[in-house]
Write a protein that binds this ligand. Structure first.
Ligand SMILES: NC(=O)c1ccc[n+]([C@@H]2O[C@H](COP(=O)([O-])OP(=O)(O)OC[C@H]3O[C@@H](n4cnc5c(N)ncnc54)[C@H](OP(=O)(O)O)[C@@H]3O)[C@@H](O)[C@H]2O)c1
Length: 342
């Protein structure tokens, strides 16, 4: 049995609740939202586990959350961070089976940016030994979302559209789409990303800063008939892309990388062309998908990381004690995740 220290280092939130004015997953200075603290090591309650952190990954949802613009309220003094991997070092009643296991987890008790994390056993996935800690730290939020959303796309035809395609999730979806024989149409904002996105599985790549992008998309849309738009940007260009899609198209908004609020310009399309605007949230998917189906998805996710069909691109590695000082700068780098280790 591991002897646990009474105190731990953590990066804690300095605000409560929500903000009324969302401005997107960007920060100028993490100290506006976070602070360093020595706090008590949390204790797992019934159905919970205590995890000694190996690696945490930083997702846009973490930044929305610390700024008070995510789907759940902040708790001042609680560690930040949703996702990571580590070793289960203590368990509450009913969670004993996980004792000693290396798991990927989503934090649902205390945050991941701390030396120790409490979460529900149900939010942990034991990791295969051939998955690295870095891949293990980003094994749930994006990979499960990629599997669920490409499934939506697959049900509606061959071609589908992915915005912010250079994001980790965009790359996972393009690769998965290609492997399933689908035709992902990738939207990127940096022209230099075109070739790498093709290598990542995109069938076509359009650059959103190109003044002719809507015209080029319209031509592609006529040819390939994409009926699902998986969109993490949700700005006015997204609306124009949706308007250029064929009958029956679905605009599935799953992120808000742009603070711009789009206006609907062709509401008749919703009436006469059977088009739909909807959202996707993994949390909802997890509560509505039968456990057996989720286990199949988990096994496929781990198989894809283990054999290299998927990998986690890393842009920066930070120590927990450097998060408050350096996170804002680390997040400015493109093309990869910021990872945090104790
Ligand atoms: N709804 C859900 O259940 C769910 C689950 C997982 C993720 N998500 C969402 O999925 C999105 C991607 O997550 P991720 O972890 O893959 O992100 P990520 O790897 O951190 O990448 C984000 C990338 O998006 C691009 N980007 C940022 N702002 C943009 C803008 N205004 N327009 C176009 N592109 C922009 C940037 O790439 P470049 O610098 O290369 O342009 C940036 O590196 C986020 O919005 C996240 O919240 C939602």
């Amino acid at each position: 049995m591991t002897t646990l220290p009474p105190k731990m280092f953590a990066v804690i939130q300095t605000h409560d609740g929500y903000t009324g004015s969302p401005s997107g997953p960007f920060i100028e200075d993490a100290a506006d939202w976070l602070a360093e603290a020595e706090i008590d090591v949390p204790e797992p309650g019934p159905g919970q586990v205590l995890i000694k952190l190996r690696t945490a990954s930083v997702n846009p949802s973490d930044i929305h959350f610390i700024k008070g613009e995510y789907g759940q309220p902040r708790v001042k003094g609680m560690p930040a961070g949703f996702e990571g991997c580590g070793d289960v070092v203590a368990t509450g009643k009913g969670a004993e089976a996980l004792q000693g296991q290396r798991v990927a987890f989503v934090a649902a008790g205390s945050g991941a940016w701390a030396e120790y994390v409490v979460t529900q056993a149900l939010m942990c996935i034991p990791l295969r030994p051939d998955i690295s800690d870095e891949d293990g730290s980003a094994q749930i939020v994006n990979p499960m979302t990629a599997m669920a959303m490409v499934d939506i796309a697959r049900s509606a035809g061959e071609a589908f559209v992915v915005s912010a395609a250079t994001s980790q999730l965009g790359k996972l979806m393009c690769a998965l789409g290609r492997d399933l024989g689908l035709k992902p149409i990738a939207l990127v904002r940096r022209a230099e990303a075109v070739e790498s996105m093709k290598a990542h599985g995109a069938h076509e790549v359009l650059v959103t800063t190109d003044p002719g992008v809507v015209q080029k998309f319209s031509e592609l849309s006529h040819e390939l008939k994409p009926r699902v738009f998986l969109d993490a940007v949700a700005d006015q260009l997204s609306e124009q892309i949706f308007c250029a899609m064929p009958n029956g198209a679905r605009w599935v908004v799953y992120g808000k990388l742009s603070p711009e609020l789009p206006k609907l310009t062709q509401t008749g399309q919703l009436i006469f062309m059977n088009k739909r605007i909807e959202g996707f949230w993994l949390t909802q998917w997890m509560t509505s998908t039968p456990p057996a189906d989720q286990m199949r998805v988990v096994a496929e996710v781990q198989a894809r990381f283990a054999d290299g069909r998927w990998k986690t691109d890393v842009s920066e590695r930070l120590k927990l004690r450097d998060v408050v000082g350096n996170l804002a700068d680390a997040l400015k780098k493109s093309d990869g995740k910021v990872l945090i280790t104790p």
